[in-house]
Design a protein around this ligand. Sequence first.
Ligand SMILES: Nc1ncnc2c1ncn2[C@@H]1O[C@H](COP(=O)(O)OP(=O)(O)OP(=O)(O)O)[C@@H](O)[C@H]1O
Ligand SMILES: [Mg+2]
Length: 438
Amino acid sequence: MVYRSSNVENIADAKYGLAEQHKSSAGITTKKYDVLVLDAALRQSLVAIRSLGQRGLKVAALEAETAVPAFSSRWCQQGVICPANAGSEAYLNFLERWLEQNGANVIIASSDSTVALLRQYRERLEKYAQIALARDPAMGLAINKELTLEVAGTLGLGIPRGLAVHSIQDVSAALKEIGLPAVIKPVESWLWSENQEYGARFASRLVTTVDEAKQAVEELTQLGGVTLFQQFLTGRREAISVMYANNEVHASFAQWAKRTEPPLGGTSVLRQSIPLPPDTGTQAERLIREMDLEGYAEIEFRRDRAGIPYLMEINPRLSASVEIAVRSGVDFPKLLYQWASGETIDTVSSYRVGNWMRYLKGDIMTTIEAIQQRGRPGVTPPAQAVLSFAASFLKPMDYDYVDWHDLNPAIKASMEFTSSWVGGAIVKRFSRLKRSFR
Ligand SMILES: Nc1ncnc2c1ncn2[C@@H]1O[C@H](COP(=O)(O)OP(=O)(O)OP(=O)(O)O)[C@@H](O)[C@H]1O
Ligand SMILES: [Mg+2]
């Protein structure tokens, strides 16, 4: 998806809810909020809002769209709609003005686009608030898959067999070396256009033919980035979440994803908390220590058929699946806030294992995709996919968005899903499905 910046000028304060600066009787400027959660439409942002709000912190949330379930959370004291696209310069200007006028101690960001923006303009924004993201050079290593894998390689971690592909001219050589099926992924998920007017997020792709490989490379390099051409691994997906600061690991948590959306990977839609696996648990910690990557990070692995783990990537920001950690007893948003605001960081040494969580919208989408993509490597056969989808309703589990003490976001999310997705995307997907059955 490409987010184009809409050169917004003259942002009207009243329209977008910019509050007046708060001054105490002594004339000292005070901050109105403890934390500003950016990317409010993301699931992990709602988790952060709830977690921090429940702890008595004043939370505001900002998003570049209007349909944001998190704005209706009882823990969100102000929902701010930014009239510019996330990651754009107009977004940056809006954010800066909002911070100037309202004030917040800490900023939490969770999307690749916003992380890229905050990283680029960190110094400018730190005049107003602490940014709950790792600093460079660690951040630069973590958001770049090629560099991350290089560090992992020097530590002796398993990394997928692969090579860098710059353009479709390199595809034949890569095919010879790696074979098919293969996974092609951008070295960095978020890329800017040359003049930085807009950016785009690119996701990993499974390719099974030469044509698919060429097309994937062409599309993934349209903004000039480099891709990695990797062997396709078919085993279990595991993610280790780590909170690390001042040479100390304050918490580690492991989960595995039974189903993801899209089926290759990306967002985990059905997942379970597991004990820290001795291999990936240790490897994740060694990697974080080697890179000195402070704050929260999720380290993703995938195993091969024999069960040997290979590093996929690091997401150095709150990950979409983080709610299962919070519900299992590791409140990462709280630890992240403590770290960014300079408080003493709690250490969490255990959590509940065996908990299941499901992201229903993602599960519906991935079941539809399994039917559409039937026969492709790694895709569950249609009948089995539908059966597993239905069987998951019988298993006790928590659902993303659903919190019985804060129901509005779940209601809003369901309404939004029914109106926009059922009306648009699902119908589109089913009509494609009908076509593909002809
Ligand atoms: N070589 C591979 N073999 C098999 N599966 C893979 C491979 N590379 C990636 N995947 C799957 O796709 C998922 C997404 O890939 P990756 O983490 O590299 O990209 P990403 O787009 O940055 O993901 P995220 O949305 O989690 O940030 C992986 O977690 C994994 O499940
Ligand atoms: Mg990623």
